[in-house]
Design a protein around this ligand. Sequence first.
Ligand SMILES: O=C(O)CCC(=O)C(=O)O
Ligand SMILES: [Fe+2]
Length: 539
Amino acid sequence: TDIFTSLTHLKDIIENEEILLKTVSDYVTSEEDKINNLERFVELSKEEPIKKSLLSNKTVDEYLSHPLNAYYLIKKYALNLERLAQVGNYNKSLVANFPDETDIAGAAAGIIRLQRTYQLSTNDLANGNIKGFKADPLNSDDCYRLGESSKENSELGLAVQWFNKSIEKLHDGSNNRRIEDIVSLVVDMFLLMGNGKKALDIYSFAIKTAKSDESKEFFQAELDDYNELYKEIDVEENSSIHDEYSWRKTEPEWKVKYEEMCRGQFKQNSKYAKHLRCRYVKSSTCPYEIFKQEILSFSPFISMFHDIISDKEGELLKELAKPTLERAQVGVASKPELTTQRIGKVGWVWDNYDGIGVTKLSNRVARATGLSTTFRHIMTDAEPFQVVNYGVGGQYEPHTDFYLQRSDLNTVPEFLLNTGDRIATWMFYLSTIHAGGATVFPDVEVAVPPIKNAAAFWYNFEEGGDMDMRTSHAGCPILLGQKWVANKWIREFGQFFTRRCPISEFFANEDKYLLSLGYSKREIEEINFYSERPPQPDQ
Ligand SMILES: O=C(O)CCC(=O)C(=O)O
Ligand SMILES: [Fe+2]
């Protein structure tokens, strides 16, 4: 560096010695802090490993049945992951599946979805109570996160409630945000609701009750800003009736209806409702095999089969699907999208995947429905099983299973080319759900309860071969329990020789169905005449 050739640089180095020293000592302190932090983490984890402290005698599945527990676990592991990021060298594959901050936010959004859909009170939820099922109460940090999530979702009323809860619990030490900032957020929410009066009240109250001079000054400054901004507006006049408890985001009609269906607020209003029944159906090929079918709607034809798969077979499907599970996308193969419209992970399980086990299940679907489910690599009669596992507040918003754009039929993987559309849907329910999670058909007000080891089965097309838009359906958010389903979509063209007559003869046409039950034409006219079908809105 040629220092020896002049002495002036040596002088500089002497000047800078102190700064260098400080840099090194700062580094040592910060590394020490890190190590201390990690040491504390190891100590705590040794004292109460997650396996023991959280589960306490429950199985993992029981524990995860409560959405708040799932949220707690996600948060705990995500925060651990942040700590581990400070450790230089360790086996990264151990944390490959760890959740991160985006998962905490996703789980919080799921809980807000559940709160809104099932109209849960903020108090109950904050106490960990969902319909009598208990989890640990939420702490101040959790409540704050739920407030943020509500805000992001434009649920301003809920946001106020959660931010207030977070302030109420601030003393628990979980939350290092400043009370001033949370109060300002509450004020913002009221302003967005159009309630300036409330905003003013909160500032005045905060100034009166402030715990320190700084705090008081902060609120005074905020209030001054506010007065400056809104001096033109008569606050009293503009304060609408909005309070946080009655305030709801305006949702499109389909969503309101969907959420009502999920809550069970609907009437089976088909005039044929009283003829719905359970029946035994004979297997299409095996003379001694009988299936238990419950008919839920004649037109469109929607039914369920009870006890149609064993626990063991269900486990097989889940196990085979697990390694292939990926975040669900919506849309066609050429342009799938990640959306909140469907919150779950899907995997595909093909016939012959595991010896004969999966094929046996496909064959059973064929015998129960009379449709062909033969799998082929070109021109298949049915798709492989699509196994779906839902997450916290997981759902699938209303959709139809067929391709709305006819041209999309040409952008499918090769084995599905020239197989026509999804003429019918079969869906196994593979897990126990205590609340929520029904499959609902809002247009015809039919709900299929997600009963373990049962299956839903319906036709997506009308008798004449047109798409039946009334089959639009949804998987409701899961409130308590875990949800696994396995779809088997049966394609159109493979049914050329197998399609059963009774479907077109009886079920697609309700009158024909009644004839088949032995009613005379006159009786059917009478049933039609006296049936109590509520007036339809736009007739
Ligand atoms: O989970 C449900 O109940 C519905 C699922 C569904 O409709 C689908 O996967 O296409
Ligand atoms: Fe579907």
